[in-house]
Design a protein around this ligand. Structure first.
Ligand SMILES: Cc1cc2nc3c(=O)[nH]c(=O)nc-3n(C[C@H](O)[C@H](O)[C@H](O)COP(=O)(O)O)c2cc1C
Length: 170
C-alpha cells in the first residue's frame, strides 16, 4: 500500500476483533509517530500505550465517544509536552501532536490495523479523565488524543471528500 492508497482507504474503525498487536508492529507505529514534522524540531510529545483492561474500562467511561476502546487491542494516548517547547514563544505542540496522530493512523493501516482518533484536548473533562485513568500528575503532560488501535472487525468503504469549492488559487 502506498501513501496515495493509504490516505484514500483510511476510515475510522470502531469494531475490533480484540486480537493482540505484536510488539514489533507497535514499535513501527510509534516510530512513524515520531517521524512527523515538528515545529523547530522540538518534538513536544510523549505516548502511552494502554493495554490494561482496567485502564481501558476507565477510559471508556470518560465519554460515550471513547467506547470503542473497550474492544480495541490497545489505545495510544498522544500527550503534548509544552514544557519541551521552551523558548519557542508560541505553542505549536497541538500541531505536532496532530501530525504524530495522523502518522499513527496511516502506519497502522499499512500494517493491516484499524484505528479511531478520539478527540481529547481541549475538552476539559476528557483531558482530566485521561489524566486520572493514567495517573498523570505532571501538569506538563497534556493528553491530546486517544487512538483506538486493533485488528478491524468492520470494513467501511472508502469515501471521497474532495470539494473543489473549498480551494482557492492565487
Ligand atoms: C480531532 C478528532 C476527534 C475525533 N474524535 C472522535 C471521537 O471522540 N470518537 C469517535 O468515534 N470518532 C472521533 N473522530 C473520528 C471522526 O468521527 C471521523 O474521522 C470522521 O467522522 C470521518 O470519518 P472517517 O475517519 O471514517 O473518514 C475524531 C476525529 C478527529 C480528527
Amino acid at each position: 500500500m502506498n501513501v496515495t492508497e493509504a490516505i484514500r482507504a483510511r476510515r475510522s474503525i470502531r469494531k475490533f476483533t480484540g486480537a493482540e498487536i505484536p510488539q514489533e508492529h507497535l514499535d513501527i507505529i510509534l516510530e512513524a509517530a515520531m517521524m512527523c514534522p515538528s515545529a523547530r524540531n522540538m518534538r513536544p510529545y510523549e505516548f502511552a500505550v494502554i493495554k490494561s483492561n482496567e485502564i481501558k474500562d476507565a477510559i471508556a467511561n470518560i465519554s460515550p465517544n471513547f467506547k470503542m476502546i473497550l474492544n480495541a487491542s490497545c489505545a495510544i494516548a498522544v500527550c503534548g509536552r509544552p514544557d519541551l517547547e521552551e523558548g519557542m514563544g508560541h505553542e505549536f505542540w497541538q500541531q505536532d501532536c496532530s501530525a504524530a496522530t495522523e502518522n499513527i493512523l496511516l502506519q497502522a493501516l499499512e500494517l493491516g490495523y484499524g484505528t479511531c482518533w478520539c478527540g481529547t484536548y481541549p475538552v476539559p473533562e476528557r483531558v482530566a479523565g485521561v489524566r486520572a485513568a493514567l495517573g498523570i500528575t505532571d501538569e506538563n503532560c497534556i493528553p491530546f488524543a486517544l487512538i483506538a488501535l486493533g485488528v478491524p472487525a468492520e470494513n467501511p468503504a472508502p469515501r471521497g471528500f474532495y470539494d473543489k469549492t473549498r480551494v482557492k488559487y492565487y
